[in-house]
Ligand binder design. Structure first.
Ligand code: HEC
Ligand code: HEC
Length: 238
């Protein structure tokens, strides 16, 4: 998005979030949306009408991810654990209590997924991606992604997000921010330990493979597993 246009979008969105009365009189729909529906309109220009993510773009799907995961991200944008200025401005002065409500709102939605990525990738790259996601690489002490993100890759309660419905550019971008140290999850930050072991080639492979997977028939995150995770993660009580 053009910088200036983004600036306008953010100012507009702040106005909606803080004014409390989100809708101009003319825009009131026949069926009255709830106060929360109105407030989260601020989010839909980038995340899709129900937080489903947009086609062919970087913006991540947020709908249906565990509420605790979403809350951890909103506080990270607010408190500096993640850096993306438009998100940071939006949540800068919002109290935990309100961020929890927004998180629960999106966690409860299960809208259809955006289109899977279709970019040209060689079968060898996809096979390498699938191997890392499903088996990891024991020689390099890289655990399988599904050991934490779930067999169906729809995440795990309470703090692990699903990996489907995200674009390759977003997944690769996040692995990059973990490697460079600009994204921090609750300590111990297991994703950082994993990301620093991945090469650029690994990241291309996992992100392109994940972004092409069919959409799950049951998109809900798995319940918290009694199985020990291969690495401790601060967001996952064990
Ligand atoms: C100007 C566009 C824009 C707006 C408006 C916006 N977001 Fe975001 N949001 C993004 C982008 C881009 C990212 C990914 C940033 C990054 O690279 O870390 C993001 C990330 C997130 C994440 C983390 C997603 C994940 O899977 O880790 C959450 C949660 C989120 N946004 C919630 C919201 C909510 C709630 C609102 C409304 C109050 C909102 N966003 C408004 C662009 C936007
Ligand atoms: C030891 C458990 C564990 C393993 C193994 C693991 N992850 Fe994660 N992953 C997490 C946790 C916990 C989070 C949430 C971190 C946070 O709160 O920001 C996460 C978050 C992510 C995110 C951010 C999603 C978003 O919406 O922003 C991506 C992308 C990701 N993992 C990819 C991977 C890939 C690819 C692999 C395999 C190479 C992998 N993970 C292996 C625990 C794990």
């Amino acid at each position: 998005m053009h910088r200036r246009a983004l600036g306008f979008a953010v100012v507009f969105v702040l106005h909606i979030l803080w004014s409390g009365t989100a809708l101009a009189a003319g825009a009131v729909a026949a069926a009255m949306p709830s106060a929360m529906d109105e407030r989260v309109r601020a989010c839909t220009s980038c995340h899709g009408v129900q937080g489903q993510g947009l086609n062919n773009d970087y913006f991540p799907r947020i709908a249906g991810k565990p509420a605790e995961y979403l809350f951890n991200q909103l506080t990270a944008f607010r408190d500096g654990g993640r850096t993306y200025p438009p998100m940071g401005y939006l949540v800068a002065f919002l109290p935990d209590e309100y961020l929890r409500k927004i998180s629960q709102y999106f966690a409860d939605l299960q809208p259809p997924y955006p289109n899977a990525d279709q970019s040209d990738v060689t079968p060898a790259v996809l096979a390498a991606g699938q191997r890392l996601v499903q088996q990891g690489d024991p020689a390099r002490k890289i655990p399988a992604c599904i050991a934490c993100h779930g067999e169906r890759m729809t995440g795990q309660q309470p703090g692990i997000p699903g990996l489907l419905g995200l674009h390759a550019s977003y997944i690769a971008g996040q692995m990059g921010t973990w490697r460079s140290g600009t994204r921090h999850a609750l300590a111990p930050d297991c994703m950082r330990s994993i990301a620093v072991k991945l090469t650029d080639k690994d990241i291309t492979a996992v992100s392109t493979w994940l972004a092409r997977q069919p959409r799950p028939s049951d998109p809900r995150p798995a319940p918290e597993s009694a199985k020990r995770l291969p690495l401790a993660c601060g967001s996952q009580p064990q």
